[in-house]
Design a protein around this ligand. Structure first.
Ligand code: DON
Length: 307
């Protein structure tokens, strides 16, 4: 029997296609050159069934969508107490690239903003890894979530590294508070390599489905992280994943989610499915304009609001 899901997805993509508002990320020159018309949506159920429409195999960089997965790795590799001592779990209400450190402790407010994600990058893997080994741990971990070997886009990585003044400033602040204990430049370099991992909408849907499936990849059956780690990650995605648009998102969409400045967006519905969309034009919060519209449609059409 023919599934109706791809027809539904094609229809919804057609409805948002005419919206050309927003701009691709301008502060990373290679991203500014992205084709703004790309558009995709993929559903991956927890039993491993994929439904997609549009540019489902177009490759783009994961950017901030890496943050919840690397937070999961840090929690698994170092334990909750160690990670929570260095990164909080409160929404910052500020843009993703604000400093947003707690005044008394110097802890970044949460792991979804850059300050928190630079810190969690440094907490992935064992304590004494070299920067190269740490990046390898991160790329292998992201690959396990996706269920296939992922690689770094060296051109996007170099382009962001040349323009990384803001992230370097944040990392130096973190080092001055003793939250980072390593060379700030090496940590930012590793964090930017993490953001430059190439994915497709299909990969992102599988990664989100692995979260929805309590940490087990539905196709490889690998238990990538424990269920307790996933609960922590989804909670932080629900409260902080959409940055200073988190409240609008919670009320209008109501799905734990994470966006990236290359135009990707994921949502994970525990026990049900992972959703990924891709469209490079961004709103003022750094979230994909058409991605947000697609999720609003999915949530209202299928009653996916979980809160
Ligand atoms: O740190 C940065 O600026 C980027 N590599 C990632 C930012 C990002 O994706 C923000 N999310 N929408």
């Amino acid at each position: 029997m023919r599934s109706v899901v791809p027809d539904y997805l094609t229809d919804v993509l057609g409805d948002v296609e005419s919206d050309t508002s927003g701009e691709p990320a301008g502060y990373i020159p290679e991203l500014a050159a992205a084709d703004p018309e790309r558009l995709a949506a993929v559903f991956a159920t927890v039993d491993g069934t994929l439904h997609g429409a549009g540019d489902v195999d177009a490759a783009f960089t994961i950017q901030s969508i890496s943050k919840p997965f690397v937070y999961a790795m840090a929690l698994s590799d170092r334990g909750f107490d160690r990670v929570l001592a260095q990164v909080g779990v409160e929404p910052s209400g500020e843009a993703f690239n604000e400093i947003s450190l707690e005044s008394e402790t110097g802890r970044p407010r949460n792991p979804m903003i850059n300050a928190g994600a630079i810190t969690t990058h440094s907490l992935a893997g064992a304590e004494n890894l070299t920067p190269v080994e740490r990046v390898d741990r991160v790329v292998q971990g992201l690959s396990a979530f996706a269920g296939r070997q992922l690689t770094v886009d060296e051109t996007v990585c170099a382009s962001e590294m040349e323009n990384a003044h803001r992230n370097l400033a944040i990392a130096h602040m973190l080092r001055s508070h003793g939250i980072l204990t390593e060379d700030p430049r090496a940590v930012v370099d590793g964090y930017i390599r993490q953001c430059s991992v190439l994915v497709t909408a299909r990969d992102l849907a599988m990664m989100a489905a692995t979260l929805a499936n309590r940490g087990m990849n539905p196709l490889s059956n690998e238990q990538v992280v424990d269920g307790s780690v996933v609960r922590q990650v989804l909670s932080v995605m629900a409260t902080c994943g959409m940055y200073d648009a988190a409240g609008d998102w919670a009320t209008q969409v109501g799905i734990p989610a994470k966006s990236g400045v290359a135009g990707g967006l994921i949502g994970a519905l525990p026990g049900q499915l992972g959703i990924a969309t891709f469209s490079p034009r961004l709103d003022r919060h750094g979230n994909s304009v058409r991605g947000v519209s697609l999720f609003e449609r999915f949530s209202s059409d299928m009653g996916l609001h979980v809160m």
